[in-house]
Design a protein around this ligand. Structure first.
Ligand code: GLN
Length: 537
């Protein structure tokens, strides 16, 4: 087993997760089996209870774990299988250590960060290494070198490397080489200082991946090599990508990162064939068609809040050789200025998941607009609940229809709390979570798109369609195209007399990949493209 540890310095948001994932793509294409894990130094047990503004999207795995969005990168870029054990937070480590202490497992010893916390972290590395049966395990350490919270993790990987032995571990450090306008120069000092910080705690990175806005010339590479004690060829440039994050694997391949890693880890592996990936990039850079999609949400300012949704839309574009321009629409704008103004010129509307009342009315107006104007609509989770409320109010004439999440006293609770959610008071990890089977209706558009009748998709919600209203809806042409296999829970809906009006209670975006676009997104983009083609706006 070989180990790659990815750390980051200078600033956050350098794209460590993306780089780790892209390196995984290259190693997989060399025929190696790659596993991933992410360490997050914060004290939350998982990101499930954090605001999207704080932490971006919560990425849900098949087993229902609510994890960091970097795990989304790992799944999108590779074939790796992730479970809740692939994302370890300080909160989980301390919870475990404290449980053990209370049980008396430490036999009266003083419980300390070293060795008890660091041992617990190392145990997890061993556990994932064993379970994964992979050739290489890539471990990303969240946060920035120099942060207090990150120290136990760095100490743990230092000790781990000592035991694993020479040639089995490589430390890859990501840094930032800023361009200072006034000087007209790229500056290496922050990189030197962040490497010094790592060396202070006993970690000497063998590879530096330098994020930069401009190319690193030979002199700069030599300088970084000399001052950071890293081989010249191990100073890797990762320049800002022009078009898409999916360019990163090809960029790193040009810099020979995968070759270097194999050399450090004494791994013999064939040269990767990345032609399929090049084809994806071609479609992203020079697509045959173009379309503009409106995503109506409430965390629009923050790019990371709907990460997987945006990526899945792009994948749907790749499947149709269609460039997508995503217009991020704050739903409160629709409430303020009206749909005609805000939603004009779109090829389709997507309403993603969400919690809380703010912006809900704007989303309902958007769903109505899409339904009435025959504009393609894709609703995800809350987006399905919104479509239901809109239909109840404006087609069935159920005045004041709502979800009990937003109006507990609504006269028509068309969306209501799931039975097994009624007693729940704890917040973390208590929703209906993870992969669930769904039966698709014969003759439905959903079944046609999936090319299957039984599918599995990931969930994260508390509320559901209220079955007391099923008949009324059905009579008016609202199709329940997907349900749980026992027929009790509505999982998908669609409208018969509409070019494309589909919504799901689950989150299909978590299972889409650039080389395996999700059928719902593929169908949605195809419909949006057809829509503008036949009806120029
Ligand atoms: N707030 C809704 C619920 O809990 C929708 C959740 C979501 O969109 N993920 O059911």
């Amino acid at each position: 087993m070989k180990y790659i540890f990815v750390t980051g310095g200078v600033v956050s948001s350098l794209g460590k997760g993306l780089t780790a994932a892209a390196l995984g793509t290259l190693l997989e294409n060399r025929g190696l089996k790659v596993a991933f894990q992410k360490f997050d130094p914060y004290l939350n047990v998982d990101p499930g209870t954090m605001s999207p503004f704080q932490h971006g999207e919560v990425y849900v795995l098949d087993d229902g774990a609510e994890t960091d969005l970097d795990l989304g990168h790992y799944e999108r870029f590779t074939n790796t299988n992730l479970t809740r054990y692939n994302n370890l937070t300080s909160g989980q480590v301390y919870q475990k250590v404290l449980d053990k202490e209370r049980r008396g497992d430490y036999l009266g010893k003083t419980v300390q960060v070293i060795p008890h916390v660091t041992d617990e972290i190392q145990n997890r590395i061993h556990q994932i290494a064993e379970q994964s049966k992979a050739d290489v395990l890539i471990t990303e350490i969240g946060g920035t070198t120099g942060d207090i919270e990150g120290l136990p993790f760095l100490e743990a990987i230092r000790e781990f490397a000592l035991d694993a032995g020479v040639g089995n571990v490589v430390f890859l450090h990501m840094t930032y080489v800023p361009f200072i306008k006034a000087a007209g120069e790229l500056k290496t000092k922050p990189t030197q200082q962040s490497v010094a910080k790592l060396r202070e705690i006993g970690i000497t990175p063998q590879i530096l991946v330098c994020r930069c806005e401009r190319p690193l010339n030979k002199e700069l590479r030599q300088k970084i090599s000399l001052f950071c004690n890293v081989a010249y060829e191990a100073v890797i440039e990762e320049i800002d990508v022009e078009h898409s994050i999916y360019e990163v694997p090809l960029m790193l391949q040009r810099e020979r990162l995968d070759e270097l890693v194999c050399k450090f880890l004494h791994m013999e592996a064939k040269v990767p064939d990345m032609s399929h990936w090049q084809d994806i990039i071609r479609k992203l850079i020079a697509p045959q068609h173009r379309v503009r999609i409106g995503v109506v949400g409430k965390y629009i300012e923050l790019n990371d809040a709907y990460k997987s949704v945006y990526e899945a839309i792009i994948h749907g574009g790749i499947a149709n050789d269609c460039g997508v321009e995503i217009e991020k629409i704050e739903s409160e704008e629709i409430e303020k200025f009206g749909p005609d103004k805000v939603l004009k010129g779109l090829g389709g509307i997507l309403v993603p998941g969400g919690f809380g009342e703010r912006g809900v009315e704007g989303k309902i107006i958007a769903a109505q607009y899409a339904r009435e104007k025959n504009l393609p609509y894709l609703g995800l989770c809350l987006g399905m609940q919104i479509a239901t409320i809109e239909f109840a109010r404006n087609v069935l004439g159920l005045k004041g229809a709502h979800s009990t999440e937003f109006d507990p006293n609504t006269p028509h609770p068309v969306i209501a709390l799931l039975d097994d959610q009624k007693q729940v008071s704890q917040k973390g990890g208590t929703m209906r979570l993870g992969s669930q089977p769904c039966q698709l209706a014969m003759g439905s558009r959903a079944a046609h798109l999936y090319g299957a009748f039984l599918i599995n998709e990931r969930h994260r919600h508390r509320y559901e369609f209220n079955n007391a209203y099923r008949e009324k809806f059905e009579q008016a042409g609202f199709v329940f195209s997907g349900t749980s296999p026992d027929g009790k829970l509505v999982e998908m809906i669609e409208l018969k007399e509409h070019p494309f009006y589909i919504a799901s209670q689950f989150h299909p975006e978590f299972k889409s990949k650039p080389n395996k676009p999700h059928p719902l997104f593929k169908g949605f983009i195809a419909a949006c493209h057809t829509h503008i083609h036949h009806k120029p706006l």
